[in-house]
Design a protein around this ligand. Structure first.
Ligand code: ADP
Ligand code: MG
Ligand code: MG
Length: 251
């Protein structure tokens, strides 16, 4: 589903190279985890896939179902089925959460040539999904993420994901800032979306999220590359020996 080959990325403004040849293939129906020390380029990879400004791809490709993502605008990538849950969710003052979601869902439907969701249907679906994530009516009325706690923001990202039903879901450190209960809620939200036609790239610094969202494949990223790939046991090895152990072994 997602095929990244030899991806090299530098900052647009400075001569700083961040990704130094990332190779990664994620198959439909699978959950791949990327772990790695702080500063290894995990968020940069997710931003570049989603199409954030400020980065220059100097080499390589990233395809979604055989179509080059890197040639598309961010909204085209979203319409193609890509979704990124941010490590630091953005606050949007003045835009109600409910309005934002309805606009996003309908924009995506339009881009795909589908009919808009009726107001009634939208309300029914969103109430059900918000309830599962313990997002109350008040949070739905407030401006997007404004004044939300860290955990509320992360749950709101998962609500967006559940409403947009993307096929390729990227979660960037969704566990950071979550207490155990919130992590369970978020994980249940993600697990409910697991499906043979959907794939996940779960970026996390810590193993504990992977107790709840069981990955099929685990990759270790360091200094802008995937340096090791294995099964779920690789995450446990990180937990036991830290990144230093694995990195010295790879070196
Ligand atoms: P991770 O998510 O693995 O912690 P990041 O992708 O956030 O890593 O960052 C990788 C490296 O690139 C870090 O050294 C970070 O400081 C640097 N970096 C990323 N974005 C920028 C930016 N916009 N300006 C300056 N440095 C950046
Ligand atoms: Mg980081
Ligand atoms: Mg990061």
């Amino acid at each position: 589903m997602l095929k990244i080959e030899n991806l090299h990325v530098k900052l647009e403004e400075e001569d700083k190279v961040i990704l130094k040849g990332v190779d990664l293939t994620v198959e439909a129906g699978k959950v791949h985890a990327i772990m790695g020390p702080n500063g290894s380029g995990k968020s940069t990879l997710s931003y570049v896939l989603a199409g954030r400004d400020g980065y220059e791809v100097t080499e390589g490709s990233a395809q979604l179902d055989g179509v080059e993502l890197l040639d598309m605008d961010p909204e085209e990538r979203a319409a193609a089925g890509l979704f990124l849950a941010f490590q630091y969710p953005v606050e949007i003052p003045g835009v109600g959460n409910m309005t934002f979601l309805r606009t996003a869902v309908n924009a995506q439907r339009k881009a795909r040539g589908e009919e808009e969701m009726s107001a009634g249907e939208f309300l029914k679906v969103i109430r059900e999904k918000a309830k599962a994530l313990k997002i109350d009516a008040d949070m739905m009325k407030r401006p997007v993420n404004v004044g939300f706690s860290g955990g509320e923001k992360k749950r709101n990202e998962i609500l967006q994901m559940a409403m947009l039903e993307p096929r390729m879901c990227i979660l960037d450190e969704t566990d950071s800032g979550l207490d155990v209960d919130a992590m369970k809620l978020v994980s249940e939200g993600v697990n409910a979306l697991r499906d043979a036609g959907r794939a996940f790239l779960v970026i996390t610094h810590y193993q504990r999220l992977l107790d709840h969202i069981k990955p099929d494949v685990v990759h270790i990223m360091a200094d802008g590359r995937i340096v090791k790939t294995g099964g779920p046991e690789l995450a446990l090895e990180v937990e036991r020996n830290g990144y230093a152990g694995i990195l010295s072994e790879v070196a």
